[in-house]
Design a binder for this molecule. Sequence first.
Ligand code: AMP
Ligand code: GLY
Length: 418
Amino acid sequence: MNVLVIGNGAREHALCWKIKQSPLLKELYNLPYSDAINEIAISVNISTLDFEKIYNFCLEKNIDFVIVGPEEPLSKGIADYLALRGIMVFGPKRQGAMLEASKQVAKEFMQRNFIPTADFKIIYNSQEAKKQIKSEKYPIVIKVDGLASGKGVRICNNEEEAISTIKDFMEDKIFGSSGSKIIIEEYLKGYECSVMAIVDSKRFLILPVSKDHKRLLDGDNGPNTGGMGAICPLSIEEDLLEEIKNEIMWRFIVGIGRERILYQGIIYAGLMITEKGPKVLEFNCRFGDPETQSILPLIKEDLLEILWQAAKGKLEKEKLEILDEKCVSVVISSKGYPFNPIKGDEIEGLDEVENDIIIFHSGTKKVNGKYITNGGRVLSLSALGKNFKEAREKVYRNIKNIKFNGMHYRRDIGNGYK
Ligand code: AMP
Ligand code: GLY
């Protein structure tokens, strides 16, 4: 089949890399343009939000299947638009994508469907918010309702921090209209992991559990980012996995069924494993980035076939075959990320990494035949090993060969995992 992957970050580079291995694939297309993805697919410069142009491109190239990476086109209804016109899409329709695009929608969905999550209140204006925070027990978590690239969440240790957060989110609107409502949430203690499943609306196929590293600096310090590295698979106890399947994934499936939400795509649950069991911090309606870069290298099966089955509403497998190895992915970011990333520096040493290291590009472009930086998160490097230690050593040994001005990466991705 002819396949179009929408989105041009490292996650979509990884999706293209994996789909490229499928015997079902005829031609692979991608948008918007990426020099790196163009090395393995035909990449074209169409915006992810220009649905009409995307549809026309699908007609022109006889695209059989569209796979959507990022949340923005999903939350704006790309799956509705293309499906209405007879094109098969992997990715939920707008109503399902709202589970990521609005934390209020997600929290209320979880509440109605008995999915465990932190206690919360929705607040509609800053006066009400300032009143509310007087009666809270600290720490609390304050989140903007709308999309903010993973940055619209702050843990506030006292009233002063809460007031300055309310000012930023609701009065100065640093995330625009995303902050016109906020969620004040109970602070949960535990450890975090990411659980994704491929959903066909009636069934789900769970992907190996992974762990993101969201803070910019080693030891989980510094500001929140889109994600600085990931490891997979996290070995979690059988009982816990059963609890996640039964109390989160099945209740999600029952919930979308009851609420008549047609959902053919990824459900990503960002979890906190607390003393009282797993609780959902957030839902995303798409593959995680950088988790995907650490999950896909482990999957033995034909991903394209499985995504196609899900899009048709007919997942056939109950369990994925994965390699008996561990994967560590480290993100390299540019100076100034996540606030003011600096672009335009030449990247050296991309050819000097070992053959079995997989490099996925996000913020790069080619000028005069050489890659330069072109965004906040620049590259992800993934390595497999028989254990995390081996995979970690491999990835860090190779990262040393890559150089650009102001390059930053965390040195502790996967530390402490065997
Ligand atoms: P979110 O975008 O909602 O996943 O939040 C981003 C990050 O903030 C999470 O990965 C957690 O590290 C932290 N966080 C969010 N909600 C909570 C909570 N209720 N309790 C503790 N930490 C949280
Ligand atoms: N890694 C977090 C996310 O994709 O939202």
